[in-house]
Each structure stands twice: as structure tokens, then as C-alpha cells.
Design a protein around this ligand. Structure first.
Ligand SMILES: Nc1ncnc2c1ncn2[C@@H]1O[C@H](COP(=O)(O)OP(=O)(O)OP(=O)(O)O)[C@@H](O)[C@H]1O
Ligand SMILES: C[C@@](O)(CCO)CC(=O)[O-]
Ligand SMILES: [Mg+2]
Length: 399
């Protein structure tokens, strides 16, 4: 995550911008919620949150009782506004600003937030935004209190498609809010494109708040999505513990969006219900996924120096992805659209697996480095050639 810092001691308007990346999961989704290891990598698609705070000083037109908290969701074309007096009336008793102490949203707080959402006109077709709005109001009030401000969010990520849009939303928003509150500051390190990078302690705080936001959206998140969005790169994640992985050879993945919408919270709950119906069988499934993630993480870190070694490494990765996909089917999170992508890529001897929560959303296909493409117009590979293939950065529509 790459925030641009501002200062909390301000008399005039203060603007803060932060961005956080989406992710792919190479192995271990769902099982990671039940304690297995998983492997994830950040991708070069971001959610941007900008925050404009109005003056709060005396005589500057922004007294404690006035103004509103506004949210502009650029990709949905929707804006929301809550007068500060209304926020204070609904949440004042429930939430007090304490940016340094991340705490979960209690059932009473969630009920108060739900009442605030009833004031807003959310189109029926976009009702799934309610989860993101709830997370926003919780993070805003917990970090900044009920003071006036305007947040604008835009994203490269498809929402609800398995690429961690909810985590990138919570991480970028927490980064912007904490920076505006003066609770974190940037370190010496400069990131890409002139962005400044938060120091490690600051990132930990952002991650903890983003996790609280993810709980509102996912129900029972493992924490892998917000962790990889906050810290970037490639990670192994198990029971809240994060290990950085160093990939010595590029791993090329095609990301295909089936465009079938789904909801991570419902899919995670569905797997837990299956686990409670078949505890022994599902424990074996989760155990097998753990072994796959552990093996995949050690293979990723191997340095292959010639073509034979690279091919052997990629063959092993492909086999592990194929096995993981089979186990995701056992968990009940595949979908006919995902199976279509699997069958299509298999015709070209390419292995695919779903990524994220499944049930639709995105599918990963491992692209071997040494592959020779036969390009036929209209087939999926023509897209791969049109878009520059890059290390885990490619996004392609399923044709
Ligand atoms: N840019 C955004 N603006 C507002 N809300 C967002 C945004 N991005 C995500 N959300 C919220 O997150 C929800 C999607 O989260 P969900 O966890 O279901 O999918 P995902 O995070 O894209 O996929 P996965 O969790 O499998 O990686 C949306 O319905 C919305 O409530
Ligand atoms: C399905 C899941 O494992 C990954 C979603 O990207 C949920 C989680 O770990 O929070
Ligand atoms: Mg999510």
C-alpha cells in the first residue's frame, strides 16, 4: 500500500491519497480460513482512496456540529452523504475515535451503522455495496470520529471477482484515514510512480484496521487478503502469520474474469457449513490444501537456471494448482463458468484454478515460460498476445 502523507495539525483543507493493490491466491483459499497455509501475490491493479478534510478550527466554517461525511464511489457512479450531527446522534454513543487501537465492530455498532444506511438510497441492483459502505462508516468513525470530510474511491479492480477488491478498499481507506488522523507517517522509502511508502509499524496498524473492515465485508476473513494488499509482494500466510516469499523466476499467470458475480461472505459461510456437516472429510481436504500450499511456496522460491529446470518447476506448480482446484471443487466453491475456463485452457494443455472465493469471479491459468503459442483469431490466446504478458499482472476477459 502506498499512501501520500499529509499532516493532522491543519487549519485549512487537508488532502490525503492512498492506494492499495488487489491480489491473486495461488493456493489455499478457503482452507486458509480453517488454519491451512495459503500463498498469495499482490497484482498491479489498485484501489485509490482520497480523503479531503474540511477545516475544523474556530471561525473557519467547519465547527464541530456542522458539515457532513461524504463518500463518492466513482466506479459505481454513486455518492452518499451523512450530516455529522446525524452521525454523532447514531454513532456518538457507540463509536469514539481511537486510531491507535483497532477494535472489532460490535453488533450494536453494526446495528447503528445499518440504521445510517437506511437514510441512503442504494439502488436494488447495487445492494451489495452496503457491506463496503458499512466498512467505510465504521473505519471513518473509529479513526477520525464524526468530523466532516469527503472520501473519493476509484478502483482498477472488478468488485466481487476474487481479486481482493474488498481488502484493497479497506487497506487504502484505512491508510488514508490513519494518515489524515496523524496516527501514521511515511518512511524514507519511495515507492513506484512517486508514491511514498508507510513505515513498517504504520503498515501493521493499517493492516489491523483493514482486517476489522474486512470482517464486516467477509464475515470470517482469514486476514490473507488485507495482509498481501498492505505488505505487497508474494506471501505465505497461515493462522495470521505472514512469511515473505522470494520468487527467483517469473511466474506468469493469465487472469480470466468469468464475469459471474458472487459474494465472498456467502461462499466462506457455505464452506464452514459443509465443514460442520462433514468434519472428518473436510479436515482431510484442508490438510491436503495445507500440504499443497507448503510445497508450492517452496517451489516458488527455487531458483531455476536453465530451460529444463524452469520447465520442471512450472510442471510442478501446474500439478499443484490442478490438485488445489480439485479440492476447491470438494469444498463446493467452483462454478460452471469456472469449469468452462478449465476445459478451454486444458485444450491447450494449460492448467487453471479459481482464485479468491470462487463461485464465479476470476480464474488463474499458469502460462509456461517456454510455451510456443499457436495464435488463432477468436480463441483465448489471441487476447494474451494482444495484451502484454507480464508477471502476474495480466487481466483478460474470458471470450
Ligand atoms: N471500490 C469499492 N467501493 C465500494 N465498495 C467496495 C469496493 N471494492 C469492494 N467493495 C465492497 O466489497 C464487496 C466485494 O467484496 P468480496 O469480498 O465479496 O469480493 P472480492 O474482495 O472482490 O473478492 P475476494 O474476496 O474473493 O478476493 C463489494 O460488494 C463492496 O461491498
Ligand atoms: C476465500 C478466502 O480464503 C479468500 C478470498 O480472497 C477468504 C479469506 O481467506 O478471508
Ligand atoms: Mg474480498
Amino acid at each position: 500500500m502506498d499512501p501520500v502523507a499529509g499532516t493532522a495539525e491543519h487549519r485549512g483543507p487537508l488532502e490525503v491519497r492512498a492506494r492499495a493493490p488487489g491480489k491473486i491466491i495461488l493456493a489455499g483459499e478457503h482452507a486458509v480460513v480453517h488454519g491451512s497455509a495459503a500463498v498469495a501475490a499482490a497484482i498491479d491493479l489498485y484501489t485509490n482512496s482520497s480523503l479531503l478534510l474540511r477545516p475544523t478550527g474556530p471561525g473557519e466554517g467547519g465547527g464541530a456540529g456542522s458539515g457532513a461525511v461524504e463518500l463518492d464511489l466513482r466506479d459505481s457512479g454513486l455518492t452518499f452523504s451523512w450530516p455529522c450531527s446525524r452521525l454523532r446522534g447514531a454513532l456518538g454513543e457507540e463509536i469514539s475515535a481511537n486510531p491507535g487501537a483497532p477494535a472489532p465492530c460490535s453488533p450494536d455498532q453494526l446495528a447503528a451503522i445499518a440504521r445510517l444506511l437506511q437514510d441512503q438510497e442504494i439502488p436494488e441492483a447495487k445492494i451489495w455495496l452496503s457491506a463496503g459502505l458499512s466498512a467505510f462508516l465504521f473505519l471513518y468513525a473509529s479513526i477520525l470520529g464524526c468530523r466532516p470530510g469527503k472520501a473519493v474511491v476509484s478502483s482498477d479492480l472488478p468488485m466481487g471477482a476474487g481479486l481482493g477488491s474488498s481488502a484493497a478498499f479497506c487497506v487504502s481507506m484505512s491508510g488514508a484515514l490513519l494518515t489524515a488522523a496523524g496516527a501514521v507517517s511515511v518512511g524514507a522509502r519511495r515507492g513506484a510512480e512517486g508514491w511514498e511508502v508507510l513505515e513498517k509499524g504504520a503498515l501493521e496498524l493499517v493492516n489491523q484496521w483493514a482486517f476489522q473492515g474486512e470482517k464486516i465485508i467477509h464475515g470470517k476473513p482469514s486476514g490473507i487478503d488485507n495482509s498481501v494488499s498492505t505488505f505487497g509482494k508474494m506471501i505465505k500466510f497461515k493462522k495470521g502469520e505472514l512469511t515473505n516469499l522470494e520468487s527467483w523466476n517469473p511466474v506468469k499467470m493469465l487472469i480470466t474474469d468469468t464475469r459471474v458475480g458472487r459474494n465472498t461472505k456467502a461462499l466462506v459461510a457455505g464452506v464452514s457449513e459443509r465443514a460442520s456437516r462433514h468434519p472428518d472429510a473436510m479436515a482431510s481436504v484442508f490438510h491436503a490444501v495445507n500440504s499443497i500450499s507448503e510445497e508450492l511456496s517452496s517451489i516458488v522460491e527455487l531458483a531455476a537456471e536453465d530451460e529444463i529446470a524452469i520447465t520442471s518447476k512450472e510442471d510442478k506448480l501446474a500439478e499443484l494448482m490442478e490438485m488445489n482446484q480439485g479440492l476447491l471443487q470438494c469444498m463446493g466453491v467452483s462454478h460452471s463458468s469456472i469449469e468452462t475456463v478449465l476445459r478451454t485452457t486444458l485444450k491447450y494443455s494449460l492448467v487453471s484454478k479459481l482464485t479468491g472465493a470462487g463461485g464465479g469471479g476470476c480464474v488463474l491459468t499458469l502460462i509456461p515460460t517456454c510455451i510456443l503459442f499457436y495464435i488463432s483469431p477468436g480463441c483465448i490466446f489471441s487476447f494474451m498476445v494482444l495484451y502484454k504478458i507480464n508477471t502476474i499482472q495480466l487481466m483478460c476477459d474470458f471470450c
